[in-house]
Design a protein around this ligand. Structure first.
Ligand SMILES: CC(C)(COP(=O)(O)OP(=O)(O)OC[C@H]1O[C@@H](n2cnc3c(N)ncnc32)[C@H](O)[C@@H]1OP(=O)(O)O)[C@@H](O)C(=O)NCCC(=O)NCCS
Length: 197
């Protein structure tokens, strides 16, 4: 665990019990970190999901989807299931602005299920910091050899991020998704880690 910036000791202690800080960095001269999510992040994570739904609806020229009744409850449950899930948030000066979730179900491979940065904070390396933190936590905690994820081929920003982090294309499912109201391909990607079980 690294802590480059000082917080008042009481604040720091209570945060560390709930949500371990995995890395600290700077974004445009402001303190930023990636840390384990806690139940206190529930609303912030819900807001990130909402922002993402709005963007997807704008892109596809549709009305935003309503969240499934139990979607947020499931997300909240996974925050506490640390033997199976890694749920990290990124924050800039205590404002939660990004989220990544990875699941491990035994074996050599873990799966990144979701990564999202609030639109306003995209392009500031938060996605990269979240992914790198998540990969390194999965490697240390679950001792996996591979990280897998899937992405819509047209999502150039995400594909570019994954390529930069060393993910390679594994499989393409043609036309199973939708992007800008048109059928789109879904690409499965894998990153092989240097060490594992
Ligand atoms: C994909 C996403 C998580 C990337 O996070 P981010 O914080 O915006 O990305 P970063 O600033 O860390 O950028 C890292 C790399 O990603 C790529 N990238 C990110 N934003 C980009 C943009 N607007 N244009 C081009 N490339 C971009 C680049 O390769 C970039 O590396 P570089 O800055 O050295 O060129 C973010 O854009 C997002 O939340 N998108 C909406 C949700 C989503 O699509 N999630 C992925 C589902 S599979």
């Amino acid at each position: 665990m690294t802590e480059k910036f000082e917080r008042n000791p009481q604040q720091k202690e209570s945060r560390e019990q709930e949500s371990i800080i995995v890395r600290c960095f700077e974004v445009e001269g402001k303190e930023a970190d990636v840390r384990y999510a806690s139940q206190e992040d529930y609303q912030a994570v819900a807001d990130i999901f909402e922002d993402q739904r709005r963007l997807r609806a704008e892109r596809d020229h549709k009305l935003p989807e309503k969240p499934a009744d139990d979607e947020m409850l499931e997300a909240s449950r996974r925050i506490d299931e640390r033997d199976k899930f890694i749920v990290l948030v990124s924050e800039i000066e205590d404002l939660v602005c990004g989220y990544v979730e990875l699941g491990w179900y035994g074996g050599d491979t873990a799966f990144v299920h979701a990564i999202t940065v609030l639109e306003k904070y995209q392009g500031k390396k938060l996605g990269k910091e979240l992914m790198e933190s998540c990969i390194s936590e999965a490697q240390n905690r679950f001792n996996v050899k591979n990280i897998e994820l899937s992405v819509i081929a047209q999502n150039k920003n995400a594909v570019s991020l994954y390529n930069k982090l060393g993910f390679k294309e594994k499989e393409i499912q043609k036309g199973v998704d939708e992007w800008d109201n048109k059928p789109a391909d879904r690409v499965s990607m894998v990153k092989h880690l240097n060490s594992g079980k």
